[in-house]
Structures are given as C-alpha cells and as structure tokens.
Design a protein around this ligand. Structure first.
Ligand SMILES: *Cc1c(COP(=O)(O)O)cnc(C)c1O
Length: 376
C-alpha cells in the first residue's frame, strides 16, 4: 500500500495541555523570567518531594546535572567510575571532563541495562563510584548494585533522566545512591524544554551542587571565588513549565504504558524483531521510547530500517552509539581494544519509533502498519 500521502508522524511531540500557559503567563506578568523567581523553589521542592528526596537542585539540562553530580562528589584524576557502554555521551563526558577515568560495562540483551555481575568484575583499587543509567523505560536491577556499592564503599550516581514516575520494587527511581539526576528535555516524560535536576538526601552535597550550579559565588564575598563552577541555572519560565508538567506526571506515565501496550499488541506477530520487555520482576516498563531491535534474520540493519520509515514519513531515531566506539574517546586513547558485544549489536540493530506523549492511537496504528510493511 502506498501511503506517501499520509501525514508525517514525528518521532516526538510533547503534550502541553495543563497549566503550562497559565504559569508561563505568571512569569511574564510578574517579570520573573530569570533564575530568580518563585517557580524554581516550588518545582525543586515538589519534584524532589515526589521522589522522597530532601533536596532538589534545578539546572539548565540533564548533562549539566551529571557534570555537577560528578564534581560535587569530588571525583577526579586517578578515580575510576563504572558506567554502561550503552548510554548517552553526557555520562562518560562528565567523568572525562572531571579528569576521572570512565570504566565501561556491557548491557543485558533483554532489558538493555547494565547489570551488577559485570560491575563487580570491573572494580579495582581505584574505583570510586558507579554511575547507574536506567535505559529506555525499565530500571536497572538496583538491589545487587546497591549491595556491591555498600560492600565496596563506592558512591552511586543514578542517571534517572528517562525514569520520571518509574519505581524499582516500589521505590522511586531517583531515590538511589548519593545523587540522582533527571533531564527535562522535550522528549522526556516531563519537560521544561531544556532542563534538569539533581536530587539528594545529603545536605552538604546539595549545598555543593547549588554552589557549582551558580559559578561558586560566595554570598558574603560576591565576585570572589574559591572554586570554579558553572552557570547552569534554570530559569523561572522553565520551572513554570516543569511545575505544570509535574502535575500531570501520573497521567503521562499511564498514557506511555498504554502506548507501549498498544504498540506491542500491533507489532508482536512481526517476525524477526525484539520488542521492549513489558515488565521484569522489579518494574513495569514506562516506555520512555519504544525501541525495536532487528534479529539477524532481517537482512538489513537499523539504518536501512530508519531510511525506509523516513520514506514513508515515519520519524525514528537510532539507539545510543556505544562509548567505546566514540571517535572523541578513541582519540583520547580511551577504551582501546575493548569490546561490548551487546552494546555494539543494539547500536547497529536498534532504533525507536514515534513515542511522544502527543501521539494518537491513529498515528500509532499508522506507524505499526508501516513497520510491518518495511520489514516484510
Ligand atoms: C536525556 C538524557 C541525558 C541528558 O539530558 P539533557 O537534558 O538532554 O542534557 C542524560 N542521560 C540520559 C540517560 C538521558 O536519556
């Protein structure tokens, strides 16, 4: 069937149908448009409160949150940080920029997440921290990771950028370890356009994060600096959006789960593809994105599949490209001769289809039809 006439389906479109406009107008009406303004504190308190953390530090994006988290823990030269090969560059970049050494682990082929056994094998006398990254909708199996971290006295940074509203055995994602981070980029479960947050229960770490976010200004000696920070402040307008989005988080998670179920129902009989796991014994998928991995019996890779989708006006995105194959890190001499077969396979055979919250059932049905046709 030729449906090139059909309307394009974007890979992501956010849903902004709550109090976003009302709160944004308050910013404009009151003139509070910078990082001074009442919405920041409110958003920090409500967001961190929902996760059960005592402190929230809003920043300009999730990558910045990772930089601040690594710096706040004092990680640096000679320190090793274990993290997955299959993730966004921001994770390894934060470690490298701090002067510390990233040490990689592979992913589980079913959940696409790192696992504790691989982490334990990579621990050396120099290991100081584990950066846990939850991938695409299912959390990492946290209990064994936390057990290792406690036993080996390692810090844990939890990257929960894709996990708003998700829980591990009933405990919110973002409540594990010393510090957790979130992103509010436009394709995350709740968005501020660009934005991020660090959450922690440790008062001292929270104060360090607040200082690092704000150029390490010293309140009583303005413009005198003992340390270098960044301007990673969030604006009151972003926080206004975030607050309105947070009010809808339960609905959003419910909607994503419904979307995931619908896609799976429509795609489960197509031969030669792996679909996201609906659940593990510790969590139910929240489908941040709906990923598809091509089995070997499909005679082409994800690049070709995405090209065919694009020709039919269906948006898609490749999976993450593994850290050990990143040219920028190879040029630095990192990860030479290392191989992580699952991460490599996911990068070559994996892609995700339109997954945004504004997607309609009709659009999902259209996407599912086209996926079936291009793989036949
Ligand atoms: C989106 C994301 C980030 C980065 O967040 P930005 O706000 O885009 O900088 C970090 N980690 C993971 C796992 C992400 O998905």
């Amino acid at each position: 069937m030729d449906n090139s006439w059909a309307k394009p389906v974007p890979v992501n479109e956010p849903l902004l149908a709550g109090n976003e406009r009302k709160y944004l107008n308050e910013c404009l009406d009151t003139g509070w448009i910078s990082s001074e303004g009442p919405f920041i504190r409110q958003f920090e308190e409500r967001f961190s409160g929902r996760i059960g953390r005592t402190n929230g530090i809003a920043v300009s994006n999730g990558s910045a949150a990772l930089d601040v988290a690594v710096a706040a823990l004092g990680l640096g030269k000679g320190d090793e940080v274990i993290l997955p090969a299959f993730t966004i560059i921001s994770c390894a970049a934060a470690v490298v920029r701090a002067g510390a050494t990233p040490v990689l682990v592979d992913s589980d082929p079913d959940t696409w997440n790192m696992n504790a056994a691989d982490v334990e094998k990579k621990i050396t006398a120099r290991t100081r921290a584990i950066m846990v990254v939850h991938i695409y909708g299912l959390p990492v199996d946290m209990a064994p990771i936390m057990e290792i971290a406690n036993r080996r006295r390692l810090k844990v940074i939890e990257d929960a950028a894709e996990m708003h509203g998700q829980a591990y055995r009933g405990k919110p994602c973002g409540s594990f370890g010393e510090l957790s981070i979130f992103s509010f980029y436009a394709n995350k479960h709740i968005t501020t356009g660009e934005g991020g947050m660090i959450v922690t229960d440790d008062q001292q770490l929270a104060e360090r994060c607040r200082s690092l976010r704000n150029l390490c200004f010293i309140p009583e000696k303005r413009f005198v600096h003992e340390e270098l920070g960044w301007n990673f402040r969030m604006t009151n307008m972003q926080a206004a959006l975030g607050l309105a989005q947070l009010e809808q988080l339960d609905e959003f998670v419910q909607k994503k789960r419904r979307m995931g179920t619908l896609y799976t129902e429509r795609l489960k009989d197509i031969r030669g593809i792996q679909l996201p796991k609906r659940a593990t014994d510790y969590a139910e998928n929240i489908y941040w994105v709906y990923g598809i991995v091509l089995h070997d019996e499909i005679p082409f890779d994800a690049g070709e599949a995405m090209k065919r989708l694009s020709a039919r006006r269906i948006g898609s995105r490749p999976f993450f490209f593994p850290m050990h194959e990143q040219p920028v890190f190879r040029k630095m001499g990192l990860f030479q001769d290392e191989t992580y077969p699952v991460a490599e396979r996911l990068a070559r055979r994996g892609f995700y289809i339109p997954s945004g919250l504004a997607l309609t059932d009709e659009q999902m049905n259209q996407v599912a039809d086209v996926v079936g046709e291009i793989l036949r």
